[in-house]
Design a protein around this ligand. Structure first.
Ligand SMILES: Nc1nc(=O)c2c([nH]1)NC[C@@H]1CN(c3ccc(C(=O)N[C@@H](CCC(=O)O)C(=O)O)cc3)CN21
Ligand SMILES: O=c1ccn([C@H]2C[C@H](O)[C@@H](COP(=O)(O)O)O2)c(=O)[nH]1
Length: 283
């Protein structure tokens, strides 16, 4: 994907060094990046300039859809991506709201499926969107947001890709996703896949055609210890043609996603890639 590599190159050419207190690592940073993915044409934006683990990325997102708040549940689905934030970050380990091993607190899925109302009860943001879209309704607020500042102190991390806004034009479904903070070597590789798969799945379960997905990023960064691998290895490689994502057509409802779907229900077709690169991860 040329757009991904262009963003990496832009960070290297034009980025500003920013100290990050949370991780204790400096980041080379740019502000504002717009990516778009043609979901209708099934141009799956899986990174080809290194080996990408698409099942892990999709598992993470299905975990959000299911409202998971525990790294063990994510592991069962097929991803270890929440292990470090749930169990290795000192600020979270010492937080009185942490309920024990693997607890992530009130992040992502909890906000998306069970947002706590101040007057009691919960809001299931995703169910409302699915119901509306299935009935051909776009009320211009088909929004699932994980961004709940009133509960940041009760979670291990503030959501990065925090808001997903669906739109319906005729019978074509669009998605605009907003990300406040983006670890370009590691996180973006996953987030591109997630934005694409979210639109593809929502189109499938609401009976609509998938259109474009628009991915808007504010702070896009490369951590200092990731920079040599990006500059000297990944950016020296030529991108290969994009693969296709095949989703089991038996997935027809939100209930299906919540109950029986596994990573075996997702396949990539025609994925060619360069060798794996292991980027350091900042906790
Ligand atoms: N610093 C940081 N960057 C992130 O991208 C990130 C966080 N923290 N915390 C929350 C989630 C967790 N995410 C993660 C966590 C780990 C990988 C990772 O290790 N990826 C490897 C191996 C993947 C695998 O084997 O499944 C990779 O090479 O992509 C990716 C995204 C994305 N988010
Ligand atoms: O989906 C995700 C989740 C996290 N990230 C990255 C972006 C940052 O590098 C860290 C989060 O740190 P903050 O201090 O909370 O900004 O995780 C990502 O790229 N994608």
């Amino acid at each position: 994907m040329r757009a991904y590599l262009d963003l990496c190159q832009r960070i290297i050419d034009q980025g500003t060094w920013v100290e990050n207190e949370r991780t204790g690592k400096r980041c080379l940073t740019v502000i504002n990046a717009d990516l778009e993915y043609n979901v209708g044409a099934n141009e799956f934006p899986m990174i080809t300039t290194r080996k990408s683990y698409f099942k892990s990325a999709i598992a993470e997102f299905i975990g959000y859809i299911r409202g998971y708040d525990n790294a063990a549940d994510f592991r069962k689905l097929g991803t270890k991506t929440w292990d470090a934030n749930a169990n290795l970050n000192d600020a979270w380990l010492n937080n009185s709201h942490r309920k024990g091993e693997d607890d992530m607190g009130r992040v992502y899925g909890i906000q998306g499926r069970a947002w706590a109302k101040p007057d009691g009860g919960k809001i299931d943001q995703l169910q409302k969107i699915v119901d509306n879209l299935s009935n051909g309704i776009d009320d211009r607020a088909e929004i699932m947001t994980f961004y709940n500042p009133g509960e940041f102190h009760m979670g291990c991390l503030r959501p990065c890709m925090h808001t997903h806004n669906f739109s319906l034009l005729g019978d074509t479904l669009y998605l605009t996703s907003f990300q406040r903070s983006c670890d370009v070597p590691l996180g973006l590789n996953f987030n591109q896949i997630q934005v694409f798969a979210f639109l593809a799945l929502m189109a499938q379960i609401t009976g609509k055609k998938a259109g474009m997905a628009y991915h808007k990023i504010v702070n896009a960064h490369i951590y200092e210890d990731q920079l040599p691998l990006m500059k000297d290895v990944q950016l020296k490689r030529e991108p290969l043609p994009l693969p296709k994502l095949n989703i089991n057509p038996d997935i027809k409802t939100l209930k299906d996603l919540e109950t029986w779907v596994t990573m075996d229900d997702f396949e990539v077709e025609g994925y060619q890639c360069h060798d794996a690169i292991k980027y350091p991860f900042a906790v």
